[in-house]
Design a protein around this ligand. Structure first.
Ligand code: IMP
Ligand code: MG
Length: 177
């Protein structure tokens, strides 16, 4: 059987409502200080764009790119930094924005790397969490949705660079013949 887009996990309405609530919570729990948002490319770019517009604080945006997956649906294991921050984060209030925490390997690596630079605070927001897949524990402050062990796409998230532009979160699975 061929693999492809096999169903919807989260509609665009469900996502919009949850992202709005996450932004409101982040605003409420902030100290009021300017936020440095670090978006993890490429998967988090759509989520970041929506989330920052629901956070009622001055935000500066940075992007980092780390590779964790090859072209398939399994982790390549080794993490490399493809694009690093363009400014120092020492003394800044940082919010890392991720698309999915799966094994936790990527985020744990990134978190250590950022903490080495002594930010004033570091919090982590992820749209999706697959807790059943965790191999490396990493503290996540804001979770949009805990989801089952499905390979998902859409809303910025890809399968071998496909499906990022879907407005909803879909699942990859076997297609009927
Ligand atoms: P981890 O290091 O295993 O936690 O992997 C995290 C990264 O792998 C996420 O930020 C995604 O970019 C990617 N990833 C994990 N699960 C999926 C999925 O279901 N679809 C697409 N990408 C995924
Ligand atoms: Mg990611």
């Amino acid at each position: 059987m061929a693999l492809g887009l096999a169903g919807t996990l989260l509609t665009s309405e469900q996502i919009a409502e949850r992202v709005q609530a996450m932004g409101a919570q982040i605003t409420r729990e902030s100290t009021g200080a300017d936020l440095l948002v670090i978006s993890v490319l490429k998967g988090a770019f759509v989520f970041t764009a929506d989330l920052i517009r629901s956070i009622d604080l001055p935000c500066q945006i940075e992007f980092v790119s780390v590779s964790s997956y090859g072209s398939g649906t399994e982790s390549a294991g080794k993490i490399t930094v493809r694009q690093d921050l363009s400014i120092p984060i020492k003394g800044r209030h940082v919010l890392v924005v991720e698309d999915i925490v799966d094994t936790g390997t990527t985020l744990a690596f990134l978190r250590e790397r950022l903490l080495d630079q002594s930010p004033a605070s570091l919090r982590i927001a992820t749209l999706l969490d697959k807790p059943s897949r965790r191999k490396t524990e990493v503290p996540v402050d804001y979770v949009g949705f805990a989801i089952p062990d499905e390979f998902v796409v859409g809303y910025g998230i890809d399968w071998a660079e496909r499906f990022r532009s879907l407005p909803f979160i879909g699942m990859i699975g076997e297609l009927p013949e």
